[in-house]
Design a protein around this ligand. Structure first.
Ligand code: PAF
Length: 286
């Protein structure tokens, strides 16, 4: 069965479960793309990969309150459901799941999923609430839709590893698939939060991937990590960023890099009031 051009909008977990059950009864595989909406080309690349992989695609749109801390941008986060559904039309998406907060967190909700391992450090040092909120909502979404595959962007690299770990540890039975970051022409990673950047901040923001690429080249040429990272931090500060972290980690665990194993360079930095994150692969060191 081909997906209708306009996706069906589902608002309740009960209806989503019924849809998933009927797909599975018909022997159709399901792929899910969890999002918070404000869809851009990065999300659409996940949808394309999902549609290529499975018979039925569900995209969730839910701005999840529990992953925002006090003083963060929950209220300001763009909510663009109608145009999101329009962007998904004709892309092989069968269902858009767009619940409200009361549906996801009904009165008396008392369960939180916490993940250690890849959730330690980096984002957690600056947004301690974040991964419990993400892990809890992603677990709920996966258990409701019961997808065979779920697609996440590598732009949120630590989130991708956290979701892989929880799916494995809780035997959720969904293959978690990471997809490459999609970038603007000037290399800035696509993010719904880029909409917050005014023209001067947007100009400075493009320096972030340029500095990252410079640090990757230095590391792969054998520069000591402490030196390359210190130079990278100084370069970002020079460009007007306040750096939360610029760290080199083992690509699979986010622990200290090991000789001969793939590495990942991860950054979070603020330009004005906007916080940007990005990351790049680094070849194994010796
Ligand atoms: O990456 C996001 O958009 C969100 O963190 C996610 C995975 C949809 C959970 O709310």
């Amino acid at each position: 069965m081909t997906a209708p051009a306009t996706p069906r909008l589902i608002r309740t977990t009960k209806d989503l479960q019924a849809w998933s059950d009927s797909c599975r009864m018909d022997g159709r595989s399901i792929a899910m793309v969890p999002t918070m909406g404000a869809l851009h080309a990065g999300h659409l690349s996940l949808v394309e990969a999902a549609a290529a992989k499975a018979d039925a695609v569900v995209v969730s749109i839910f701005v999840n309150p529990t992953q925002f801390g006090p003083g963060e941008d929950f209220d300001a986060y763009p909510r663009t459901e109608a145009s999101d559904v329009e962007k998904l039309t004709g892309r092989g998406v069968e269902v858009v799941f767009a619940p409200n907060a009361a549906e996801m967190y009904p009165e008396g909700f008392a369960t939180t999923i916490t993940v250690d391992g890849p959730a330690s450090g980096l984002e957690t040092d600056f947004r301690p609430h974040f991964f419990a909120g993400v892990a809890t909502v992603v677990t709920k979404l996966l258990l409701a839709a019961r997808p065979h595959h779920a697609f996440f962007g590598e732009k949120d690299y630590q989130q991708l590893l956290v979701v892989k770990r929880l799916s494995r540890d809780l035997n959720i039975g969904t293959e978690i698939v990471g997809r490459p970051t999609v970038r603007e022409a000037d290399d800035l990673a696509l993010s719904s939060r880029n909409a917050y950047l005014d023209a001067p901040a947007r100009h400075s923001a493009s320096r972030l991937p340029a500095v990252l690429r410079h640090v990757v080249v230095a590391l792969e040429a054998g520069a000591p990590a402490e030196t390359a990272l210190a130079d990278g931090r100084a370069a970002l500060q020079h460009e007007g960023f306040e750096v939360d972290y610029l760290s080199l980690c083992d690509a699979d665990t986010l622990a200290t890099p090991q000789p001969g194993k793939p590495r990942r360079l991860l950054v979070a930095a603020r330009i004005g009031t906007t916080r940007l994150i990005d990351n790049m692969a680094v070849a194994p060191g010796i």
